[in-house]
Write a protein that binds this ligand. Structure first.
Ligand SMILES: Cc1cc2nc3c(=O)[nH]c(=O)nc-3n(C[C@H](O)[C@H](O)[C@H](O)COP(=O)(O)O)c2cc1C
Length: 325
């Protein structure tokens, strides 16, 4: 690409790819100078530490007259896959900052770092919507870092924007963040799981190992969310068939809230997985968490910052699972 490329009035806008390609050109032609390494303090705010390496592209100019700012994350490849738009009421300026080779968690840390004092930032990601959607994985191993409370609340709020039958919003959430709460629930669910496994004819040793693994999952996840269906708000029918469908509609709504929740977590750089274990121990979960009897546990979502990115699992081709009429 030529840096002298000009756009005529008749130039057809190609969409965001062109924008990113132009930024790529700047990144590839100008050396990145890191003048504020990870861990160093902010010159104007001594209590603030840079969460990643920060610098500028040598020989470029941005809105404040200095080089275009850039964050460099820990990924080997310094791929440009997001920019941060900023508005600073102290410097009275607005800028664009490049994010190079940053993990999802680093992006969130940078966003937090930016949204402080008199500065606000907005992250614009490069991947098209569908690619982003396909990037969601079921994550089962997490880093120890806790999930900030406001991030968790935003994710729960996203869950509430799911559609639901009659707009009854039948979802309810029991959120476990403390170690004792997670330990108590995993112990009680583990005991129920163990009894089920023995009843299925599995040996005591095998059952103990499976229960241990299952308990560890919840205990080691920073957050566990029991998704419940509030059975008190559905319509009442005289026949069991329609009553079953009413219950099913409620469960469908909870599942949609669960998917919103997983996607919102993915968007925030977190990973999550839906586990079905509470379905098999509904009364145990209700008793341990002292839930209202109408809150029927449907699933358990574990959340946290991914310890590693799991492999993408292939999908059935659309034409194999679809009939057009
Ligand atoms: C209703 C439901 C129940 C699930 N139950 C479990 C489970 O008990 N244990 C588990 O490891 N994963 C469970 N999963 C996650 C699936 O295994 C996972 O979504 C699937 O393998 C596809 O992988 P992906 O989400 O990474 O694309 C469940 C998912 C759903 C939607």
């Amino acid at each position: 690409m030529s840096t002298s490329a000009s756009i005529s009035p008749n130039h057809r806008l190609e969409g965001p790819e062109d924008f990113w390609a132009y930024l790529d050109e700047l990144v590839s032609c100008h050396a990145l100078i890191i003048d504020r390494p990870k861990g160093s303090t902010h010159p104007r705010y001594p209590g603030k530490f840079y969460p990643s390496d920060y610098g500028y592209l040598e020989g470029t100019t941005s809105a404040d007259g200095s080089g275009i700012d850039a964050w460099r994350g820990s990924l080997e490849e310094p791929a440009l896959d997001a920019v941060l738009l900023t508005a600073d009421l102290k410097k009275r300026d607005s800028e664009i900052k490049l994010l190079l080779g940053c993990t999802p968690q680093e992006k969130q840390q940078i966003l937090y770092f930016t949204n402080a004092e008199l500065m606000r930032g907005w992250l614009v990601k490069r991947s098209p919507e569908l690619e982003w959607l396909k990037g969601r994985r079921s994550v089962r191993r997490f880093q120890r870092d806790p999930v900030p409370h406001d991030v968790l609340n935003r994710i729960l709020e996203a869950a509430t924007w799911a559609p639901s039958a009659h707009h009854r919003q039948p979802w309810r959430f029991a959120v476990l963040v403390s170690d004792p709460a997670k330990a108590r629930l995993s112990e009680a669910m583990g005991a129920a799981f163990y009894a089920d496994l023995l009843a299925d004819g599995i040996t005591q040793q095998e059952a103990s190992e499976r229960v241990k693994r299952s308990r560890q999952r919840l205990q080691e996840a920073p957050v566990g969310i029991i998704l419940c269906l509030d059975t008190s708000i559905g319509d009442i029918y005289p026949d069991p068939e329609r009553q079953y469908f009413e219950h099913l509609m409620g469960a469908q709504g909870v599942a949609m809230a669960g998917q919103n929740l997983l996607l919102a977590a993915h968007s925030a750089g977190l990973g999550g997985v839906w586990l079905c274990s509470p379905l098999f121990a509904q009364q145990v979960v209700q008793a341990i968490l002292d839930l209202p009897m109408t809150w029927q546990p449907m699933g358990l979502i574990l959340l946290g910052y991914p310890a590693r990115e799991p492999e993408q699992r292939p999908r059935k081709p659309v034409d194999e699972i679809t009939r057009y009429y």
